[in-house]
Design a protein around this ligand. Structure first.
Ligand SMILES: NC(=O)c1ccc[n+]([C@@H]2O[C@H](COP(=O)([O-])OP(=O)(O)OC[C@H]3O[C@@H](n4cnc5c(N)ncnc54)[C@H](OP(=O)(O)O)[C@@H]3O)[C@@H](O)[C@H]2O)c1
Length: 274
């Protein structure tokens, strides 16, 4: 399949895409590529100044109309508020990118309660609630805009195995992967493209937020590389249930899936030492 195959190409031109976590890193990458492809955007995250600056940049570069909605997805009722806001503004979302997420490095016994709770609130609960609320609209959009409707949930290569010292984070991403693959199956034949994007270590603010100085021996991928994986997956006629970014990451994910769990967690435990 080539990108000239118009029947398979993901084309959100004239539709609206909502990106969570649009204030930095992969969220900004999604915003640029979706805008370049002609989508209007809903940009959400906590840092309003970042979102507003991005909206101006996208308007100048691509003529994009962006709606900026600052929101803390860990706050109770945040998703309901977002969905109400979209309805009040008459915005119909055709592509949902559940990208917001974070991890906190360290053993659980030493972790403060709030970030432990908030990792699940953002990475798992908000993603699930937003997907559930918007899924009927996404399926409707797949009918009116064939090739222009998608659900992308950002998981991680951490989804494929337990990771000591990133225990809650890795468990949350295993959930995202499992949920998304099940939804991929449930929505087969509807035209909605569904995939879980699984990046490996990537050059964003993730490690600063996680309070971890290094990504380990593998180095960091660029946001552009990860975006190529995401949009290649969307551009294929049979969008895969998950897409792992990078050959080495694909190999490691496969190895984790065929190796004994005790061995896998022992290896990841050794690798995740500071
Ligand atoms: N970078 C990596 O190595 C890597 C690898 C695999 C998977 N991922 C996943 O990729 C996704 C994007 O992360 P990134 O790497 O781009 O890191 P990042 O640069 O730190 O971006 C994270 C985004 O999530 C938003 N966010 C965090 N907590 C939030 C909250 N409570 N409410 C609303 N928004 C919130 C942040 O916005 P505000 O701070 O402005 O709210 C920010 O826009 C995450 O799901 C992450 O788990 C990253």
């Amino acid at each position: 399949m080539t990108r000239t195959d118009a029947a398979a190409y993901y084309n959100p031109m004239g539709t609206t895409a909502l990106i969570t976590g649009a204030s930095s890193g992969l969220g900004v990458g999604f915003a640029h590529e979706l805008a370049r492809r002609g989508a209007d955007l809903v940009l959400t995250a906590r840092r309003l100044d970042r979102l507003e600056a991005l909206a101006v940049d996208l308007a100048e570069k691509y003529g994009t109309v962006s709606t900026v909605i600052p929101l803390d997805l860990a706050a109770p009722g945040a998703v309901a508020e977002l969905v109400r806001d979209l309805a009040d503004r008459g915005i119909r979302v055709s592509t949902l990118v559940n990208n917001a997420g974070f991890g906190l490095f360290g053993s659980m016994v030493d972790a403060p309660a709030a970030p432990v709770h908030d990792q699940v609130a953002v990475n798992v609960q908000a993603l699930t609630d937003l997907t559930h609320a918007l899924l009927p609209g996404l399926l409707g959009a797949a009918l009116t805009h064939p090739q222009g409707a998608a659900l992308v949930n950002v998981a991680s290569t951490a989804a494929f195995q337990p990771v000591p010292r990133l225990a809650v984070y890795a468990a949350s991403k295993a959930y995202v992967l499992s949920l998304t693959e099940a939804l991929w199956y449930e929505t087969r034949g509807t035209g909605l493209k569904v995939t879980a994007l699984c990046p490996g270590p990537t050059e964003t603010e993730f490690y600063a937020v996680a309070q971890r100085s290094t990504a380990g021996p593998r180095g960091l991928a660029s946001v552009d590389e990860v975006m190529r994986t995401a949009f290649d997956a969307l551009d294929t006629p049979r969008t895969p249930p998950h897409a792992v970014s990078g050959g080495q990451n694909r190999l490691l994910a496969w190895l984790a899936s065929v190796s004994p769990r005790r061995t896998v967690v022992t290896v990841t435990g050794r690798l995740s030492r500071r």
